[in-house]
Design a protein around this ligand. Sequence first.
Ligand code: FAD
Length: 271
Amino acid sequence: MSLKVVVGIKWVPNTQAVRFDPKTGTLIREGVPSIVNPHDLDAVELALQLKERYGAKVTAISMAPPSAIKGLEHVIGMGIDDAILVSDRVFAGSDTLATSYVIAQTLKRIGDFDLALFGQETIDSSTAHIPAQVAGWLELPYMYYVDRVEEVDEKQRTVTVRRMLEDRLEWYQLKMPAILGVAMKSQKPRPVSIYNKLRVRMENPIQVWSNKELGLDPRCLGLKGSPTLVSKVTWTPEVPRKKQVIEGPPSEAVKKLVEKLCEEGVLPFEC
Ligand SMILES: Cc1cc2nc3c(=O)[nH]c(=O)nc-3n(C[C@H](O)[C@H](O)[C@H](O)COP(=O)(O)OP(=O)(O)OC[C@H]3O[C@@H](n4cnc5c(N)ncnc54)[C@H](O)[C@@H]3O)c2cc1C
């Protein structure tokens, strides 16, 4: 029996294109293109490596509005086998608790998965709550900042992973099924291939599940099921820049730069 891997991806507004309305204190999302959360591509890449090493079947899931089909097509283009879009108006306004509940119930309905991989965090909300909460709902082992899967022992039903911290590496063995949060920028996500993109058109590998399929209590979903409310957001004030250019050969320019930084008192040591 081959390994079954699920990858969670979020369809996010491209935050580099989002502007902030200082009057209303909200983000201006109109006309902003959405993309697959870039850190989720690390999880996709790690899942595809498991496909190559162990013949794993990889399914992507996303809880999102219908436009996220494009994001799922993108990861299928990278080599993911199939995808499930979990989409229903009743999910709108969900906080991380309600979101992770829906994702956990989706995994439960998928049923026989061995590993569920998630990105470290998103670029639009960045709570990093989802994988930990999914593991909590399903009472499964969880490890985060994973940068490598060392070994999957399908007989013993264990996975050994490497965890990358700022100052050290750690190795953990987890019982499967397990939830993994993949360290951001730990992989080099592969490009989309035309062959895989064609599969989207030929094989129709994306299913859409609404709450009809999941059958969840609406009191646990959307705003009703969300105990956290974003009460206020402020934006970091813009720092005026001096825009000075230091000319000359690099060694001299660096010297001048250090002198200037010393004059400004911004270096953490005596000059
Ligand atoms: C209309 C709207 C209203 C909202 N209202 C609230 C609110 O009232 N209170 C509040 O706290 N938050 C609110 N949110 C934010 C929402 O809770 C988060 O966007 C969501 O829970 C995911 O959290 P995150 O982005 O911090 O994910 P993280 O925890 O940072 O994500 C970690 C990883 O989990 C996976 N993941 C995350 N989201 C998904 C997904 N949807 N599908 C599949 N995988 C996923 C990805 O792999 C990701 O890299 C609202 C969002 C929307 C769109």
